[in-house]
Design a protein. Structure first.
Length: 359
């Protein structure tokens, strides 16, 4: 994709849009939310649609002629896109009456994702909560349940594959007090999902105290892991992830190395949020070190969520994101990493970043 259309898409994903057509969105939760899923060509894109920046955005998505959706910036039509339809598995319930959409959600176009434990030891204390996190919001609204069982997740994953063509599963969780940070329970859930549906699974968790956890997860059927550092700049981590910052960046790198030994290059990823006030050089060096080890640095723009400490924050400028996408993609090429090697998770989903346009 050429620079100018890509810059428009980058700005769109940073700023969001007024969505003036009836679509299915998501409000609150552990990961990116307050958004709506669309397809630009065949690329899924999560576009902020209900946060503060979206309400002020110059972009809008409106009904065009002949059933197409138009993307507009001010009065200019930039192109067309397609809304990802509401998944059919949302219409089902478990035997005990829990709607499937309270157990797992569709992310992007073909990923079913669940926050397995919708509670984090860091969330209730303002001194330790990640400033951008809304894990407690969907639970408080009754949009989810606190703890999903392996059987529930297996049931939903099988239905999502059968009804909606889902191709992979992402399991994340609020951090628990266990030494493994909750990873073992994610492994149990992954095992049940694999047995029921055969879908590949990524598990996302903080670095465990014992690196033998990685081999145990592999044995249970986990295909990929996500160890999300959020930022490589320790000063940013101390300010934006005060509880999580107790695990240093160097501890993440030790975990990266141990995880790659078990899962292989390109099967481990880390989420890197841009727009938190990070040092650019430190960030790029962190991405380079991660990629050298075989870890995919999945860079994304800050998306300020409504019910978080950063609700009034300003998303990063599009030209900054474009520059960082270009620099990180060069790192990926240097170390022969590609999203194609990922079988499940954020890198496979692609919807929250435009990095793959630069691979």
């Amino acid at each position: 994709m050429s620079d100018e259309p890509l810059l428009d898409l980058i700005e769109l994903q940073c700023q969001g849009a007024h969505v003036e057509v009836p679509v299915t969105g998501r409000r609150g939760g552990a990961g990116p939310s307050d958004d709506t899923a669309f397809l630009v060509g065949d690329h899924p894109l999560m576009i902020p649609s209900s946060n503060r920046s979206a309400h002020r955005s110059a972009f809008s998505i409106v009904q065009g002629g002949e059933g197409v959706l138009e993307l507009r910036k001010a009065d200019q039509v930039l192109g067309t896109l397609t809304a990802v339809p509401r998944p059919r598995f949302y219409d089902l319930c478990t035997a005990d009456g829990i709607p499937y959409e309270r157990i797992a959600r569709l992310h992007g176009a073909d990923c079913v994702a669940s926050t397995v434990v919708q509670q984090c030891i860091r969330y209730d204390d303002p001194r330790t909560r990640c400033r951008f996190c809304a894990i407690g919001v969907s639970l408080a609204r009754g949009a989810t349940i606190r703890t999903k069982t392996p059987a529930q997740l297996a049931e939903v994953a099988l239905a999502a594959r059968r009804l909606d063509g889902v191709t992979h599963v992402t399991l994340t969780s609020g951090t628990t007090r266990a030494p493994d940070r909750g990873a073992a329970y994610l492994g149990e859930c992954a095992c049940a999902i694999k047995q029921a549906s055969g879908l590949p699974v990524q598990a996302q968790f903080e670095p465990p105290e014992d690196v033998a956890t990685f081999a145990a997860l592999k044995e249970l059927g986990v295909d990929d892991v996500g160890l999300h550092v959020e930022s490589f700049d320790e000063r940013v981590r101390e300010r934006m992830t005060p509880g999580k910052a107790e695990i240093t960046v160097e501890a993440y790198f030790r975990a990266f190395e141990a995880a790659v030994r078990v899962f292989g290059r390109g099967k481990v990823s880390t989420y890197v949020i841009l727009g938190l006030g990070e040092d650019e050089a430190i960030t790029l060096e962190g991405c380079r070190r991660a990629a050298e080890l075989g870890v995919y640095p999945f860079v994304v723009p800050l998306r300020p969520l409504v019910d978080t400490f950063l609700a009034k924050a300003i998303p990063p400028p599009a030209d900054y994101m474009q520059r960082m996408y270009g620099a990180v993609s060069a790192v990926l090429r240097r170390y022969a990493l590609s999203s194609d090697t990922s079988s499940a998770g954020c890198v496979k989903c692609r919807a929250c970043s435009l990095l793959q346009f630069r691979e």
